[in-house]
Design a protein around this ligand. Structure first.
Ligand SMILES: CCCC/C=C/CC(=O)SCCNC(=O)CCNC(=O)[C@H](O)C(C)(C)COP(=O)(O)OP(=O)(O)OC[C@H]1O[C@@H](n2cnc3c(N)ncnc32)[C@H](O)[C@@H]1OP(=O)(O)O
Length: 476
């Protein structure tokens, strides 16, 4: 595999696939089911073993699919079934995920699932990947990843889908979203989860370069929360879990709210059929991105009492509130110091437009934090020269750029089940000339797909101003 990975730099994803197709025999062995006499609700599925300790309410889910716990369709299906069982078991409040294999937590998605499969199978596979993340990230249990080996790509996603990460202090183990190194693009929800974990800049670097971090480096950037000697990973996870479970109301409001930003709709109690990727993506994108205003999406802002926070109540109010007021620093009247009369829609829309466009330059979204006066919020504040920033010019470009990319199911490879070649820029249905890179003023060499996607995503999502980002309004 080391050779495969080394060559991946040379040959890209197809190089990896062709080598794997010759050599791989992973994940086919049948591991004997394991039993634990003192515990109940134990799964006997071959790739996953679950032990729930009813005295503590903590389940340990062990991945045991040699050689590398790769996330095949079978594996993911078992994983989800086990997770769902635990989720429905009200006595289970905490979940620790670990591996029975030496040296590997999980090698991520089973690469063979992405090679030579029918579109139907690909669809099923990607649905299972998404389902895994939804179930894990949206879990009502406190979740801890006890990472006792390497955890690249999808393995990393699984880890950062948990509330807390404890990794074996072994510099030979690595973790990270390395997809870019394989010539593929990590889905945006991988990216969102990484951003939530390590912050924008570290995530940006990490994704653009496809970095794998050694355990100490992972700790440095906050990709894992704690390093412990290898033989103490599980016991530390168990000790840590007891602290999580001691938090009043844990698994409810606080836990839930922090995740709402990334994952809104899986919490709304929708029925399964509503969670088709396109439906989900579209709604989540609209909802969560408009809510992504640091420090302002907390319930205390709304002054609600706890009982008012049933999901539907909350979502309804938040949606209205945030969509109407989706301006950083302006989500409450008191923030702006404006009088009521200033809040006529036109006044507001005008300001939102100016403000959000002004702020939509990556790395420059800080005006509300700088305490600038209104007059400083002219477009020139972005540091561009005047002629580039006539409002109409800029609006036109940004709108086109963001609207073109705001098509649910098209901004990421995995959700569409498309093959890589479909993801040229022209895939958005636009004509080539609209997607010339000089629009953004970057040099050609910066435009690898991954680089571009990550930046544009930031850009376009920042511009999710209600009523302006619909394709119907600005069909190309
Ligand atoms: C289209 C957009 C997709 C975007 C999202 C992608 C998310 C992903 O998760 S892509 C998967 C990326 N995964 C990796 O890059 C990990 C690759 N593997 C490794 O780095 C190493 O295997 C390891 C560090 C996990 C373990 O190293 P170790 O030396 O112990 O074992 P190896 O000899 O390398 O491998 C043993 C065996 O396992 C096969 N294998 C390894 N990884 C995978 C995998 N992800 N899928 C399928 N099979 C895998 C490897 O080929 C070896 O098989 P053979 O023994 O048959 O040669």
């Amino acid at each position: 595999m080391a050779n495969v990975l080394r060559n991946s730099a040379k040959f890209g994803f197809s190089g990896v696939l062709s080598q794997l197709s010759i050599h791989s025999r992973h994940g086919r062995e049948c591991v004997s089911p394991c039993f634990s006499l003192q515990q109940r609700n134990n799964s006997t599925s071959p790739k996953i073993k679950v032990d729930l300790d009813s005295s503590t309410g903590v389940a340990v889910l062990r991945m045991q699919s040699p050689p590398v716990n790769s996330l095949s369709l079978d594996f993911l299906t078992e994983f989800c079934i086990n997770l769902e069982k635990l989720e429905m078991d009200r006595s289970c409040r905490g979940l620790i995920i670990t591996s029975t294999l030496s040296k590997v937590f999980s090698a991520g998605l089973d690469i063979m699932e992405m090679y030579g499969k029918s579109p139907e199978r690909c669809g099923e596979f990607w649905k299972a990947v998404q389902e895994m993340w939804l179930k894990l990230y949206g879990s009502n249990m406190a979740t801890i990843a006890a990472i006792n080996g390497s955890s690249p790509a999808g393995g990393c996603l699984m880890s950062i889908g948990c509330d807390y990460r404890i990794m074996a202090d072994n510099p030979r183990y690595s973790i990270g979203l390395n997809e870019t190194q394989l010539g593929i693009v990590a889905p945006f929800w991988f990216k969102d989860t990484l951003v939530n974990t390590v912050g924008n800049r570290a995530a940006e670097l990490s994704l653009e370069l496809g970095l794998l971090y050694s355990a100490p480096d992972a700790l440095k950037i906050g990709l894992v929360d704690q390093l412990v000697p290898e033989d103490q990973v599980l016991s530390t996870a168990q000790d840590t879990m007891s602290k999580w479970l001691a938090v009043p109301g844990q698994n409810t409001l606080s836990h839930w709210l922090y995740r709402v930003r990334t994952l809104s709709l899986s919490h709304t109690g929708c029925t399964g059929s509503e969670h088709s990727p396109s439906h989900w993506l579209y709604r989540v994108r609209t909802l969560s991105l408009t809510l992504a205003v640091p420090g302002q999406n907390t319930l205390s802002h709304t002054g609600c009492t706890r009982s008012e926070h049933s999901p539907s109540h909350w979502l309804y109010r938040v949606r209205t509130l945030s969509l109407t007021l989706a301006v950083p620093g302006q989500n409450t009247l008191s923030h702006t110091g404006c009088t009521g009369s200033e809040y006529s829609p036109s006044h507001w829309l005008y300001r939102v437009r100016i403000l959000s466009l002004t702020l939509a330059v990556p790395g420059q979204n800080t005006l509300p934090h700088t305490g600038c006066t209104g007059s400083e919020h002219s477009l020139s504040h972005t540091g561009c020269t005047g002629s580039e920033h006539s409002l109409s010019h800029w609006l036109y470009r940004v709108r086109i750029l963001s609207l073109t990319l705001a098509v649910p199911g098209q901004n990421t490879l995995p959700h569409t089940g498309c093959t890589g070649s479909e993801h040229s820029l022209s895939h958005t249905g636009c004509t080539g000339s609209e997607h010339t890179l000089p629009h953004t003023g970057c040099t050609g060499s910066e435009y690898s797909l991954s680089h571009w996607l990550y930046r544009v995503r930031t850009l376009s999502l920042t511009l999710a101003v209600p009523g302006q980002n619909t394709l119907s309004q600005y069909t190309l």
